[in-house]
Design a protein around this ligand. Structure first.
Ligand SMILES: Nc1ncnc2c1ncn2[C@@H]1O[C@H](COP(=O)(O)OP(=O)(O)OP(=O)(O)O)[C@@H](O)[C@H]1O
Ligand SMILES: [Mg+2]
Length: 129
C-alpha cells in the first residue's frame, strides 16, 4: 500500500502521477489510465478543498479474474451532510461546477462514500483494468 499526503495543490498532481505509475506496471490501457487519473485528481481536490487536507492510500487489488487499482481518500474535515445530494451533478458548496463526485463515479467500477458530519469523509474507488 502506498500512502500520499494531500495537503497542498502539488500533492494532487503527485497523487495523479502515482496512480499512473502503478497503472503502467499493470499494463493498463491509455484510456483507462486517463479515466483513473481524472478520478484521482477530482477526489484528491475534494480532499484538499472540502476536507481541509488528508491522504490517499493506493494499492493494486486482485479480484477473481481481474486486477485493478484501489484508491481510498481520507480526511478529517467537516464531512458531507447529505451524500446523496452531493452526488447530484451541479451540487456544490462553494460555487465550483459540482461535477467531481458524479464524474468520478462514472469513471470507475466501485465507488463508495462514507462521511460523517464533524468527523470526515472516506471515498473508496476501485477500477479493474
Ligand atoms: N471530502 C469532502 N469533505 C467535505 N465535503 C465534500 C467532500 N467532497 C465533496 N464534498 C461536498 O460535495 C460537494 C460536491 O462535490 P463535487 O466534487 O461533486 O463538486 P465540487 O467539488 O463542489 O465542484 P467540482 O468538483 O466540479 O469542481 C462539494 O461541493 C462539497 O460540498
Ligand atoms: Mg470536486
Amino acid at each position: 500500500m502506498h500512502r500520499f499526503e494531500i495537503q497542498k495543490e502539488n500533492d494532487i498532481v503527485a497523487a495523479r502521477n502515482a496512480a499512473r505509475t502503478i497503472l503502467s506496471r499493470l499494463g493498463c490501457s491509455v484510456i483507462d489510465k486517463t479515466r483513473i487519473a481524472t478520478a484521482v485528481s477530482e477526489l484528491a481536490r475534494n480532499t484538499l478543498v472540502h476536507g481541509g487536507g488528508g491522504h490517499v492510500e493506493m494499492e493494486i487489488v486482485h479480484g477473481d479474474t481481474e486486477t485493478g487499482i484501489r484508491c481510498i481518500f481520507i480526511d478529517n474535515g467537516p464531512g458531507i451532510v447529505d451524500v446523496k445530494n452531493a452526488m447530484v451533478n451541479g451540487f456544490s458548496a462553494n460555487g465550483s461546477p459540482g461535477n467531481g463526485l458524479q464524474a468520478s463515479q462514472q469513471l470507475v467500477d466501485v465507488f463508495q462514500i462514507d462521511s460523517e458530519v464533524g468527523k470526515g469523509t472516506r471515498v473508496e474507488i476501485i477500477k479493474w483494468v
